[in-house]
Design a protein around this ligand. Structure first.
Ligand SMILES: Cc1ncc(C[n+]2csc(CCOP(=O)(O)OP(=O)(O)O)c2C)c(N)n1
Ligand SMILES: [Mg+2]
Length: 281
């Protein structure tokens, strides 16, 4: 069921989800922090405002599908699924451990609500295109949302998928690029520049919008306006900050993967507890 919550409530949920990310890191000792925190406002807007889904029936045939192509950002997905009620919050403390439902990259066979196994970058958009085409043929009206990292755009498979999506007129497909400007080893523009991202997709026949992806109001507006064009797939370039919400991690490439010392972990918890108080006030 689409939950359609107002913007302030979305900000509150995203803050709760950021806090859950740090809870997972406390339990396991490490995790892909930066990318989870940059995309979490978008993922929570999708699950709490836009998508039709039912936490008590994850296989609902008419549900909208979410594909986290950049699978390493999965702490964002796990936090949102827990917040939505797909599983008990205590399961967050098993993150990254042996036999967990929440491995370091998402596994559809372990956790209900996960639609595809991802982590090898560059495959999610192709999966999403196949799903969107199938759903369109079925006439069920379900939509597909794929979240990509900006650092995975150099993978050529994305551009085969982009061409196929436009060719088949997949207006039920939306790709969102978490454009935080960083990837594992540095700035995306230094490692492999894929700017201007929007213009590249537009040239393939996509209808494009660009927003501040950490601004819940802007994200909701862009999601509410979908699809942007008849018989064309839509792209949202979400300009975000890697590590968003933690002062020391923002825009800092060293926090791609985080293995915190005790003090830094405590600081993170303090900062996010403070943010929670502010959004609750
Ligand atoms: C095919 C493939 N190559 C390399 C990696 C290693 N890797 C994991 S995360 C990452 C960076 C991805 O950058 P981006 O998509 O921008 O995500 P962000 O770091 O911003 O979360 C890389 C190269 C991978 N997971 N898959
Ligand atoms: Mg990135």
């Amino acid at each position: 069921m689409s939950m359609s919550v107002p913007v302030h409530e979305l900000e509150r949920r995203a803050a709760r989800c950021r806090r859950k990310v740090v809870r997972m890191v406390r339990s396991s000792g490490c995790g892909h922090l930066g990318g989870a925190l940059s995309c979490i406002d978008v993922v929570s807007a999708l699950y709490f405002h836009t998508m039709k889904h039912d936490p008590s029936n994850p296989k609902l045939p008419t549900r909208d599908r979410f594909i986290l192509s950049a699978g390493h950002k999965c702490m964002a997905l796990y936090a949102v699924l827990a917040e939505a009620g797909y599983f008990d919050e205590a399961v967050l403390d098993t993150y990254g451990k042996l036999n967990t439902k929440l491995p370091g990259h998402p596994d559809m066979h372990k956790l209900p609500g996960v639609e595809a196994n991802t982590g090898a970058l560059g495959h999610g958009l192709s999966i999403a295109v196949g799903m969107a085409l199938g759903l369109l043929l079925d006439g069920k009206g379900a939509r597909v949302f794929a979240l990509l990292g900006d650092g995975e755009l150099p993978e050529g498979s994305n551009w085969e998928a982009a061409a196929a999506a436009a060719h088949h007129g997949l207006s039920n497909l939306t790709a969102i690029v978490d454009a935080n400007g960083l990837q594992i080893s540095g700035k995306t523009r230094d490692v492999m520049n894929m700017e201007p991202i929007g213009a590249h997709f537009a040239a393939f026949g996509w209808a494009v919008r660009e927003v501040d992806g950490n601004d819940a109001g802007q994200v909701v507006e862009a999601l509410d306006a979908l699809p942007y064009q008849n018989r064309a797939p839509s792209l949202i370039v979400a300009r975000t900050v890697k590590g968003k919400g933690l002062s020391f991690a923002e825009n800092n490439v060293s926090y791609h993967y985080w293995k915190p010392k005790a003090e830094e972990l405590e600081q993170a918890e303090r900062e996010l507890d403070e943010t929670l108080k502010e959004v609750d006030a």
